[in-house]
Design a protein around this ligand. Structure first.
Ligand code: FAD
Length: 500
């Protein structure tokens, strides 16, 4: 793979990515792993920003995200970067904590205990620095201080304008966040619902802390969460606050007083950020040679912490499909499965956050809903269901049926040499696991030897599987628990990997 070090109007990049946030960087890693020429254009001059550091920059990451990072050998690197061991986090729904002790994992048959078994937390700064370092090591050219301001989709390539320069690309992916310029420039439809509240997250000192109740508090005007040195407030103002304005201490104190119904005084505000529950989703994830991923494709409130998880899932789903398309060995329609598989996840995500806004609504309906959700979350079945959603355990792509594992995250089986399936996925190829190694399956995938690795024998297999075809993103394309013949695996291999 090559990367350009100068403005490159004559150089045709395989993919230009707008945005070096976590989603753009992870996608860059995926594409560079497949040896594509990738240029990332980032608006900000510097990757450093106070809101990327803990605690306000801390993000809850799901099991689905942990698995994606584990499958690329990035999970331990991220733990080292955060400087803290991964701490399991159960999460919450509308501020109602899910009790980890009530979660029953016995039904998660295919989620074998492994290094990615638990959700955890990491700050945005660490996530981005680990991904940027990997991307650069793989040869990606990241240009900071380059805001994308114009695009021309010529049908066979895209011209991307940034910083007075023009860059040529076979494909452009907008990973440029909730206010995506790419989404607007390419005229993607972006329907959705308007906000009910403005939420604030802030690091503060309070002159008279006894005036606020600790913990989560629903009030007639909204909701506030009070922890030492830190406040979260939802002000049901219909999203009226102009978020392009700075959050002044006076404004934050006025909101806090109104929402808490007290005359509490903030003695200082160290850092503050805001978001609303405006929820919008593009109607298509691709228009011509322009694709979207992450917040560029879906915006919603930060309640319940799912946006980054969804965005990294978009990148993992798109990377290998776009790479195969660029290389010219994608089966027909492969790239369209990106929209088909990820748009429903976006729809779920918006509804998940809308439901939380309804539970927090400061009226009798909201209180009634909250009581019901609280009651459900207090049961083992309810806590387990919430965890399945929050942690990405329920994530399932409709790949057309067959074995119950098809379309689900592959079990991280361990082999006799101590390696796990995740290790065999690191190169970004598909994997055919032949559990006893005695079947003639290796021959069946001989035509796909560049895109499917064959791993045989010695796997611990308490699941009763005989064979498993896993896509590069770690999702199961085909599985069998009876003696399998080459003719069984070939249709799935053809469908997902095409012919060389
Ligand atoms: C308070 C808060 C708490 C959250 N908590 C969680 C959580 O616990 N778990 C979770 O999963 N998610 C959480 N989220 C959501 C999560 O932070 C986002 O979903 C995630 O950052 C999206 O990543 P992204 O790469 O798509 O976009 P961004 O992180 O917004 O990155 C976009 C990048 O594009 C750049 N850019 C913008 N415009 C241009 C342009 N024109 N040209 C070039 N570059 C451009 C930006 O500078 C930026 O670097 C939270 C969000 C907030 C606000």
């Amino acid at each position: 793979m090559t990367s350009s070090s100068s403005s490159s109007s004559s150089c045709l990049h395989d993919v230009v990515i707008a945005g070096a946030g976590p989603v753009g960087l992870f996608l860059a890693c995926e594409l560079a792993l497949a040896k594509l020429d990738v240029l990332v254009l980032e608006r900000a001059e510097s990757p450093e920003a106070p809101l990327k550091a803990p605690p306000l920059g801390t993000r809850g990451l799901s099991i689905a995200t942990a698995e994606a990072l584990h499958r690329r050998g990035l999970l331990d690197e991220l733990s080292m970067a955060t400087g803290a061991p991964r701490q399991p986090r159960a999460g919450h729904f509308a501020g109602i904590a899910i009790d980890a002790a009530r979660i029953d994992r016995s039904g998660w048959k295919y989620h074998l205990p492994n290094p990615a078994s638990n959700p955890f937390a990491a700050d945005m700064g660490s996530v981005e620095s680990v991904l940027a370092a990997r991307a650069v090591a793989l040869g990606v050219d990241i240009r900071r201080g380059h805001a994308v301001t114009g695009i021309d989709d010529h049908g066979d390539e895209v011209a991307v304008h940034a910083n007075g320069l023009s860059f040529r690309a076979k494909w452009l992916v907008g990973c440029d966040g909730g206010r995506s310029a790419v989404r607007k420039l390419a005229d993607f439809e972006f329907p959705g619902t308007e906000p009910e509240f403005t939420a604030y997250s802030a690091l503060v000192d309070i002159a008279d802390p006894e005036k606020l109740r600790p913990g989560r508090n629903a009030t007639p005007a909204g909701f506030y969460m009070n922890e030492p040195g830190r406040l979260a407030i939802a002000d049901f103002d219909g999203g009226a606050f102009d978020r392009s304005e700075a959050i002044t201490p006076e404004h934050l104190q006025a909101v806090l007083r109104r929402v808490s119904g007290t005359d509490v005084t903030l003695s200082s505000v160290h850092l503050a950020t805001s978001f609303t529950d405006r929820a919008r989703l593009v109607t298509t994830y691709r228009k011509g040679r322009v694709l979207l991923a992450g917040d560029a494709a879906h915006i919603h409130s930060a309640l319940g912490g799912q946006g980054l998880n969804a965005g990294l899932g978009d990148a993992m789903n798109l990377g290998w499909k776009l790479a195969a398309t660029v290389r010219g060995n994608a089966p027909a329609g492969l790239l369209d499965t990106y929209h088909a598989e990820r748009h429903p996840v976006g729809e779920w995500l918006l509804d998940w956050t809308r439901a939380q806004a309804a539970v927090m609504r400061p009226d009798a309906h909201g209180r009634a809903l909250e009581g019901i959700v609280r009651g459900l979350a207090d049961t083992p079945g309810g806590a387990t269901w919430f965890a399945e959603q929050l942690w990405g355990v329920s994530l399932h792509y409709d790949l057309g049926g067959g074995h119950p594992l098809v379309g689900r995250s592959a079990p991280d089986v361990e082999f006799a040499d101590g390696s796990r399936l995740a290790f065999h996925l690191r190169a970004g190829a598909g994997v055919l696991v032949d559990f006893d190694g005695s079947q003639p399956l290796r021959q069946a995938i001989a035509d796909w030897s560049d895109s499917i690795r064959y791993v045989a024998g010695g796997a611990t297999n308490e699941l009763g599987l005989t064979a498993l075809l896993v896509r590069p993103d770690g999702f199961v394309a085909w599985a069998s628990d009876t003696a399998a013949a080459p003719g069984d695996v070939e249709p799935a291999a053809t469908r997902w990997f095409g012919l060389q």
